[in-house]
Write a protein that binds this ligand. Structure first.
Ligand SMILES: Nc1ncnc2c1ncn2[C@@H]1O[C@H](COP(=O)(O)OP(=O)(O)OP(=O)(O)O)[C@@H](O)[C@H]1O
Ligand SMILES: Nc1nc2c(ncn2[C@@H]2O[C@H](COP(=O)(O)O)[C@@H](O)[C@H]2O)c(=O)[nH]1
Length: 401
């Protein structure tokens, strides 16, 4: 049996603030069912990220769970609110606007699946994102069909709008390929270990090598305020479809198998043996790509320019829309000193600071009724607005200003 830390030793179940959590320094505790989640870092700055421990109340045992997803950095303090008993909303004090709302998933579908795979307790971090960022774009199709060519055209025309998810692979680099730009080239044993550690959103064995999209690869693009493009095979697309990423899925078809072979050969990057293997696999991929359930759109890449125009059209980038360059999603500007409470689907952050009083808005409301996505990746759909409890009264909580 483990020993509880000083601030929960008397009674880990006791609430201090009425919604299931209490905090001291950089730590906060939230009890859901039989488990108390202790979330936070030490004040001695030896810990760089927010850590999680679980206290199992019936047995009195401590558990160090496997923690998936990018962890938040430590901050000046944390508040926690349990949502639907499957995730805990964390408000970080004194953090940057785009880094102050996080979700610790403790019993979501993703976490339950991971618990089965890992055979132990698992929790998963997901950063909160205000509003609905545009969906990531998954592009699949047989080797040589022109996926990379189309993606390069898109990134060249809309550099501030799109970002490429740089995959990991165990295949050797081609002569013009750069590590960290085209792929993260890695060893099989290292990648297998990272897969086991839950670092990947999806992975697959493709043409004899391992390929995978790390959660970080997608988050780097999202953090830059860009729409993420994934160039992955059909097996990977299926895994992403089953995840909470909520992407648009596009399958690219060649005009014929003969033309596919011509393109693969003229690219000149594979040996004869590899070309034959890729062509054999192409037949299966074409069948899977054309079967219902995964792909939202199928594009034929016969004439490259025409295919590119069709791609832009289905991404809403034709005509006037193409001229609109998107900006990074807005963050949430929270003062260091605030308290947090919960009212139905709304989290009320009381900011009794002089700055906010001057701006005559002393409450920030986080509406969590329309959350989308989640680990692995971002939790989107946070609706955030400020109200003044004195002039708007509590009715203002239901009326975004
Ligand atoms: N519509 C097209 N007509 C003729 N050639 C094309 C067309 N689209 C792409 N190509 C050429 O076909 C070759 C393969 O294209 P690309 O490398 O983009 O394929 P890919 O689908 O990304 O392949 P892989 O999955 O192996 O990475 C390249 O040499 C490219 O220039
Ligand atoms: N499931 C995944 N498939 C991926 C990923 N990155 C690339 N790919 C696919 O592999 C083949 C071969 O690519 P190549 O660069 O060796 O020609 C191609 O179909 C890609 O779409 C990934 O992260 N996951």
């Amino acid at each position: 049996m483990g020993e509880a830390p000083a601030f929960v030793v008397d009674n880990p179940l006791q609430n201090q603030d009425g919604f299931g959590s209490k905090s001291k320094g950089c730590k906060t505790t939230t009890t859901i069912g039989d488990k108390t989640f202790v979330i936070g870092g030490d004040n001695d700055e030896s810990t760089l990220s927010v850590e999680v421990q679980i206290f199992d109340n019936p047995t009195g045992n401590w558990v160090n769970p496997i923690v998936l997803g990018t962890k938040p950095n430590i901050c000046k303090g944390l508040s926690a609110v349990s949502l639907n008993d499957d995730r805990i909303l964390i408000v970080k004090k004194g953090s940057t606007p785009d880094d102050c709302i996080w979700f610790l998933e403790v019993d979501t579908r993703f976490v339950r699946e991971q618990k089965k795979i890992q055979g132990t307790d698992v929790v998963a971090w997901s950063k909160g994102a205000r509003g609905y960022a545009e969906k990531p774009v998954v592009i699949s199709g047989p080797s040589g069909v022109g996926k990379g060519t189309l993606i390069s055209m898109l990134m060249k025309e809309f550099p501030s709008m799109f970002g490429f998810s740089v995959s990991h692979t165990t295949r050797a680099p081609r002569c013009m390929e750069k590590d960290g730009v085209h792929y993260h080239f890695t060893e099989r044993s290292i990648m297998e270990k990272e897969i086991k550690d839950g670092k990947f959103l999806e992975y697959a064995s493709v043409h004899g090598n391992l390929y995978g999209t790390s959660i970080e690869a997608v988050e780097v693009v999202t953090d830059a305020g860009k729409r993420c493009i994934l160039d992955i095979d059909v097996q990977g697309a299926r895994s992403v479809k089953a995840s909470s990423l909520e992407a648009i899925f596009i399958f690219i078809c060649p005009p014929s198998m003969e033309e596919l072979e011509t393109r693969l050969r003229s690219r000149g990057t594979e040996t004869e043996e590899q070309i034959l293997k890729r062509l054999r696999n192409a037949k299966t991929e074409m069948d899977q790509g054309n079967s219902p359930g995964i792909f939202d759109h199928i594009l034929y890449n016969d004439n490259l320019d025409e295919c590119y125009e069709s791609l832009k059209k289905l991404l809403g980038l034709d005509g006037a829309a193409a001229a609109t360059q998107r900006s990074a999603p807005q963050g949430i500007d929270l003062p260091t000193d605030h308290s947090v409470s919960k009212m139905d689907n709304k989290i009320i952050i009381n900011c009794g600071t002089p700055e906010l009083k001057k701006a005559s808005k002393n409450l920030i409301v986080l509406d969590v009724s329309s959350l989308k996505g989640g680990a692995p990746g971002r939790t989107r759909g946070l609706d955030v607005y400020a109200i003044d409890s004195f002039s708007d009264g509590l009715n203002g909580i239901n009326q975004p200003s």
